[in-house]
Design a binder for this molecule. Structure first.
Ligand code: SF4
Length: 72
């Protein structure tokens, strides 16, 4: 992983389509049109998104978003 990137994963099997993550960071997260479940638009976002992504992780009602790796 590059120093200026984070690595994210989403688990669509637990997402309930609340849309919190999309409202927080629509550049990173989207929802599919059929089921409204999360779609990761950017798997390795720039590290400058870390604060917003951590808020998305913390406010996702089903813990569907994971930070796999982030710069130390
Ligand atoms: S906040 Fe969580 S449950 Fe809601 S759409 Fe995003 S990933 Fe799915």
């Amino acid at each position: 992983l590059r120093e200026d990137k984070m690595l994210l994963r989403v688990d669509r099997s637990v997402c309930i389509g609340s849309g919190n993550c999309v409202r927080l960071a629509s550049a990173i997260f989207d929802q599919d049109e059929d089921e409204g479940l999360v779609v990761l638009r950017v798997e390795e976002p720039p590290a400058e998104w870390e604060k917003v992504v951590r808020t998305a992780v913390a406010t996702c009602p089903t813990a569907a978003i994971s930070i796999v790796d982030a710069p130390q």
